[in-house]
Design a protein around this ligand. Structure first.
Ligand code: AMP
Length: 282
């Protein structure tokens, strides 16, 4: 497994891979890898001859009061996991490689509307940071396919839109959410939970399943279903930002005739802000 740091090196490495493999898959991450990330690597390997994984904690997507400085960085352990998963190349750039003009003077990419709603409303500037870094990574690596987790549903939708709007020549694939046995979606931020909060945390997925069940049963009083889920979350000790039933396609609020839906939630529990979602096709 090759681990490279500069744009020049990763481009050279990708050129070499292209001589050996017809297709290159790419999985961008912020490190502190778990089974969710490894599942995306597996998805990429299932349709591509070579897989490139990037590890970069992107400062531009963190707000000034968010956890950039404390975000877990576990590089040696990550590399070990990737070696076992059969990753061929790891791109681990530093800030100088990713932001030669700094994070404020840099050209940015912003997807309107979709980037401002839901988590975008609670975290201003977050999705601008995400789309900008992903656009840059896609231009650096130039993969045929890139895999993003459905766990970050809004992020996946925004990246799909950005790639379509800017005609970036890459196929975007959504990977299924990997969960702990009790239903909690795996996340690097779960480690901010105390033992007691960790016991309460599966309530997030349980509330979403309950809401999804109601929609599947034909209830169309979406606002009431959302309110009930918010109440349930508060009862479990969460401070919810939102629970919202949306259309998968553009994340606009669902109307009575819509059939391809997703119920999304973000909620704070102690130091952690957790997100999750459940897809619904009627
Ligand atoms: P992160 O390192 O948190 O930026 O995540 C990197 C990629 O892994 C993103 O595409 C995430 O959506 C994805 N991911 C994170 N957690 C999970 C999970 N539990 N299941 C599947 N994919 C995930």
């Amino acid at each position: 497994m090759e681990v490279v740091h500069s744009i020049e090196e990763i481009r050279r490495e990708v050129r070499n891979l292209r001589n050996r493999s017809a297709t290159i898959g790419f999985v961008p991450t912020m490190g502190n890898l778990h089974a969710g990330h490894l599942s995306l690597v597996k998805d990429a390997a299932a349709s591509c001859g070579a897989v490139v994984v990037s590890i970069y904690v992107n400062p531009m997507q963190f707000g000034p009061t968010e956890d950039f400085s404390t975000y877990p960085r576990t590089l040696e352990q990550d590399l070990e996991l990737l070696r076992e998963a059969g990753t061929i190349t790891v791109f681990q750039p530093d800030d100088e490689a990713m932001y030669p003009h700094g994070t404020t003077g840099q050209t940015f990419v912003e997807v309107p509307l979709m980037g401002e709603m839901l988590c975008g409303a609670a975290r201003p500037g977050h999705f601008r940071g995400v789309s900008t870094v992903v656009a840059r990574l896609l231009n650096i690596v130039q993969p045929d396919l890139a895999v993003f987790g459905k766990k970050d549903y809004q992020q996946l939708a925004i990246i799909r839109r950005m790639v379509a709007d800017l005609a970036i020549p890459v196929e975007i694939v959504g990977g299924e959410t990997i969960r702990a046995e009790d239903g909690l979606a795996l996340s690097s931020r779960n480690r901010y939970l105390t033992a007691e909060q960790r016991r309460q945390a599966p309530c997030l997925y349980a509330s979403l399943l309950e809401a999804a069940e109601q929609v599947r049963a034909g209830r169309q009083a979406f606002a009431q279903i959302e309110q009930a889920a918010l109440q349930e979350l508060r009862g479990c000790g969460f401070q919810p930002d939102y629970v919202s039933i949306r259309r998968q396609q553009d994340l606009q609020p669902a109307g009575a005739g819509d059939r391809v839906l997703v119920v999304l939630a973000a909620a704070r529990l102690g130091q952690a802000r957790l997100i999750d979602n459940v897809e619904i096709v009627l």
